[in-house]
Every structure is written in C-alpha cells, then in structure tokens.
Design a binder for this molecule. Structure first.
Ligand SMILES: [Fe+2]
Ligand SMILES: [Fe+2]
Ligand SMILES: [Fe+2]
Ligand SMILES: [Fe+2]
Length: 414
C-alpha cells in the first residue's frame, strides 16, 4: 500500500507554520511559501526530479526545529549558539525521511550567505545550491510581506529583491528568484491560494506503508508535536511507544506495527493549532476552553483525511476521543464504527494522559491509572478486553517511561 509522503510532509508543515506564527510571530504560512518559491527556483535551474523532491521537503521543514530553538532561547542561552542549534536540529529532522538523494547540508546551511557571512561562515560552492535557494527565499520572505504584495507592485518587489540580495547571494540564485517571481507567482503566494499552490508545487513522492522508515518519520512528527507544550513534552512519543508495545503483544507484523506507531504519532497533531494559553493553563479548563481544546481532533481529521493512502491511519488517529457509547468527540461515533486499533489508541491515550504529570495533577502509578481506565470500561466507554490487556502489559512501566522499541534503540529497522 502506497501513501503520498509529500502530502504528509505538507500536512506537518501546515501544522509547523501555525506554531511558528504563534511562538515566533513568523508570518503566516512562511514555510509553505518558501517551499513553493524555492521549488520553482530549483525547476528554473533544471534540478533533476529527486533533487527537487529533497529541495521541496527541506524547504517545508527548514524551520522544523524552531520550537526546540525557541525553548532554548527562552532559557537565555547564547543567540549564535541557538542559531547553530536551530540549523543542526532541523537537519536532524530532515534526515529521518527516506530520500533517494544526498541531503547533507540542505537544512543545516539554510541561513548561509554566498559571501561567507552566515552562521557557519560557508561561501558559495561550500554548501549545497538547494540550501542557498531556501536561504534566499527565506531572506526575502522575512523582510517583505510576499503574501500581500499586489500584482501592480511587482516592479517594486523585483527592485527590493535585488537590493536585499545583492552581495550576500550568488547571481545564479538571485536570477532564478527574479525569473520565477512573476504575476502568477505573486497570486499563488497569497494566503488564500497558498495551500493549493503547495499541492501543485510539491513533486509527487510516495512511500510504501511497509517501509521501515515509517517509524523514523513518526518519531520526528512526535518530537515536533511534543515540543509545542512543556506539559505534553513526552505525551505523543510515549503513546507511540505504548502502541508499539501493545502491537507487539497482539502479534502484529512489522508493517502493522509501523502503521499503528505512525497513527499514534499523529493522533494529537491538531493540538498544534490550539493556543498555548489553553494547552498550558494551570488548573481545570472552563467549558469554553474545553470546546477549544476539543477542536484538536477535527484538525487531525481534516489534515490527515487529505492524504491518499492514509485512510486507516487517519481513522485510528482521529477516533482517539470517541467513546463506545457515543459520548465522545468529534463525531459521537459508537461501538459499531470503532475498529480495534481505534479502540486501542483511545485506551492508550487515556492511560497516558491520566498517568503523566499535568498542570492540574501529578504523575500517577499504574494502579491509580488503571482504576480510572477500568471504571471507564465498566461504564461502557472504552473496550473491556483492551483495558485488561493494558493492565497486564503496562504494569512493569509504572511511573516509568516506556522505552523506544528495541529495534530502534540499536539502530536497526523494524
Ligand atoms: Fe531558519
Ligand atoms: Fe524560515
Ligand atoms: Fe487528543
Ligand atoms: Fe493525546
């Protein structure tokens, strides 16, 4: 079964853009614009298809480590060191994806200038052309509101690009940008067109759902989501690890384990769109705030349902707050609509949320957590058999983290 990896990357990047806007006050859809622009520049420079794929995905993820970067910035660390860290962690995120071409330096050097004045002091020829394309698009987008430039102001914009780029970037890269920045491009960079423009710009890239790389991609997604809030820092990765352990217990094959792991990694991706003030509120949420937080599953459903090949994964991920008696959300599904993996992720999500430390409760032991999960099973909200299995399998991990699947600890694949 093949799934569109380019569209999954697009969905993650949409989510990332929301975080960056909220935490970093970056302009809306920054990474999507950089991807559309730099891919067009790469096409203009006749890059072959596999390099275009790597370029477009690197552009989408060029700021993927921004949340990690901002968190360390908030601790008052050295600015220059932070910029290095931002580039290094972003490169590490990119390297989890299974490219068929060399991607070294693509994100690592996305703040370099051809004249050697970037954070790593690299000059033209010492870092990849793709990184320079991303760097120039980024350099312009943070200085000029490209999403709002009117078509009639194109000559002004081209003059401004020359002014801002001359000296710092190579002529070949400046010329590529000046060529692709036409009236049609200006329209496609507008906020109301950018989603459609991204779908058109991304070269098609599929992954087999049996590919072991799925686990590594999942870990990157989980890490990005968990960095949104200090209070849920380990929530996603722990749910993915617990799902893997349960899948092992049920005798799933490697491919099934990979898919449930990915669904678990994606289940709360919609939380990225929820304001931090609500996510990190110390104390119980009022009914209005609870409604806001409930929307996260609708975002998960919206984003994942767009990806061909992700039909099952989307169901399992977006059913995690549904209850067997129809009292859950977002759709109020009942037992007949909830398959085994949906029920499994729902139970694991409750187990993790109840057991982990939150602003309004301390970490709970396995026994205390099971008392809550069991009473929900007794009341017909969650699956009774899965609850019993979780009781048996999770007991050894009371007040401890569930480690990564062993196959990932020693660097081998599933
Ligand atoms: Fe950056
Ligand atoms: Fe950026
Ligand atoms: Fe959730
Ligand atoms: Fe969750």
């Amino acid at each position: 079964m093949k799934a569109r990896l380019d569209m999954l990357c697009g969905a993650i990047s949409r989510a990332l853009d929301i975080v960056e806007e909220e935490l970093y006050h970056a302009s809306e859809y920054h990474c999507m614009r950089i991807a559309v622009l730099s891919t067009a520049m790469g096409r203009q420079l006749n890059l072959p298809e596999n390099r275009l794929i790597a370029l477009s995905i690197a552009a989408l993820f060029h700021d993927s480590a921004l949340t990690e970067y901002i968190r360390s910035e908030q601790t008052g660390d050295d600015q220059e060191e932070n910029l290095h860290l931002h580039c290094e962690l972003g490169q590490r995120n990119l390297e989890t994806l299974p490219f068929a071409t060399d991607i070294s330096g693509l994100v690592l050097y996305h703040h370099e200038h051809a004249d050697g004045t970037g954070p790593f002091g690299k000059r033209k020829g010492e870092f990849p052309l793709e990184a320079e394309l991303i760097a120039l698009a980024d350099h312009i987008d943070v200085r000029v509101p490209l999403q709002r430039v009117l078509v009639g102001n194109l000559p002004w914009l081209l003059g401004r690009v020359k002014e801002l780029a001359q000296g710092s970037f190579s002529q070949e890269v400046i010329d590529a940008l000046l060529t692709v920045l036409d009236e049609q491009m200006l329209v496609s960079l507008r906020n109301d067109y950018i989603h459609a423009s991204l779908d058109k710009a991304l070269p098609s890239w599929s992954i087999d759902l049996h590919d072991p790389a799925i686990i590594h991609i999942s870990q990157m997604i989980a890490r990005i989501i968990d960095y949104k809030s200090v209070f849920t820092r380990k929530h996603t990765i722990q749910i993915a690890n617990r799902a893997y352990v349960m899948a092992d217990y049920y005798g799933y094959d490697d491919s099934q384990k990979g898919q449930i792991y990915l669904a678990a990694a994606l289940h709360d991706i919609g939380k990225i769109a929820i304001p931090l003030a609500v996510l990190e509120k110390p104390g119980q949420l009022d009914s209005q705030e609870f409604k806001v937080i409930q929307r996260h599953v609708s975002y998960t459903l919206d984003w994942l349902s767009m990806i061909p090949g992700f039909e099952d994964i989307c169901q399992w991920a977006s059913n995690h707050h549904e209850k067997l008696d129809g009292s859950g959300y977002p759709l109020g599904k009942t037992a007949k609509d909830l398959d085994f993996n949906s029920r499994l992720l729902a139970c694991i999500d409750i187990y993790q949320a109840v057991s982990e430390k939150r602003p309004y409760h301390d970490a709970r032991s396995h026994e205390d957590t099971m008392a809550i999960l069991q009473s929900m099973a007794n009341n017909g909200l969650v699956d009774m058999r899965i609850t019993a299995d979780i009781d048996a399998v999770m007991a050894p991990y009371s007040l401890k983290d569930v480690p990564l699947p062993t196959c990932l600890q020693d660097g081998c694949h599933v």
